[in-house]
Design a protein. Structure first.
Ligand code: 5RP
Length: 235
């Protein structure tokens, strides 16, 4: 299977976990978009679900497909979120936010009883960190926040360039009107500790480490589908 076929296989496998009446979180990115397409087809065929999108892009896609949408304000607890990832390890710790939707993705995923990650094989790594870790920051004082991120991550053994994400020559602005710093750490030996430390910094809205959030990964591989299941509460 090609990488695109691997993404499709993972998205198709996630559709098998959807049951009538479910409240769903819809992820963001090219793999999640395949799942949303498939969900749209199932809804046209009679499936009844209610969904919360994790970005404006997914909201637009889902609306065009006629997928019934709600908000966490109206529906604060969901059954399942299906989303992609930039990296995942064997414990299903994740790096997310390559597409810039990490804050809403985390709010939606952690408001769901379960999270299924769908990915192609290139995303499955032994140690997180080769993909630059996105950290979403409030614009006010973001230069100072960057220095705090640098000091705190360095104390956790993570060093590397911390770069403001740009798009078309301007700072990239998230759906929440925030900015993103991409942290080029290379290896993150203790993702759990780094996650806690980053969360405690004033000015950090959130970061792309998802720890004990996903319980199932469906990974498309050249030779077929790989499933990784964890008990996120007892690891
Ligand atoms: C967006 C994300 C995406 O899930 C992540 O970037 C993976 O995207 P893709 O499926 O296109 O590789 O976290 O914020």
């Amino acid at each position: 299977m090609t990488p695109d076929e691997q993404k499709q296989a993972a998205a198709d496998a996630a559709l098998d976990h959807i049951e009538d009446g479910m409240l769903l979180g819809l992820g963001t990115g090219s793999t999640a978009a395949r799942f949303v397409d498939g969900l749209g087809r199932k809804i046209s065929a009679g499936l009844n679900v209610l969904c919360v999108p994790t970005s404006k892009a997914t909201e637009t896609q889902a609306s065009q497909l006629g997928i019934p949408l709600t908000t966490l304000a109206e529906t604060p607890e969901l059954d399942l979120t299906v989303d992609g990832a930039d990296e995942l390890d064997d414990k299903l710790s994740l790096i997310k936010g390559g597409g810039g939707a990490l804050l809403r993705e985390k709010i939606v995923a952690t408001s769901s009883k379960r999270m299924i990650v769908i990915a192609d094989a290139s995303k499955h790594v032994e140690t997180l960190g080769r993909f630059p870790l996105p950290v979403e920051v409030i614009p006010f004082g973001h230069g100072s926040t960057r220095l705090k991120i640098k000091a705190a991550s360095s104390a956790c053994g993570c060093q590397g360039d911390i770069v403001l994400r740009m798009r078309d020559g301007e700072p990239f602005v998230t759906d929440n009107a925030n900015l993103i710093y991409d942290c080029h750490f290379g290896r993150i030996e203790d993702a759990g500790t780094l996650a806690q430390v980053l969360s405690s910094i004033a000015g950090v809205a959130d970061h792309g480490l998802f720890i004990r959030t996903a319980d199932l990964a469906l990974i498309g591989r050249p030779g077929g589908l790989q499933t990784i299941k964890v008990d996120k509460w007892h690891e």
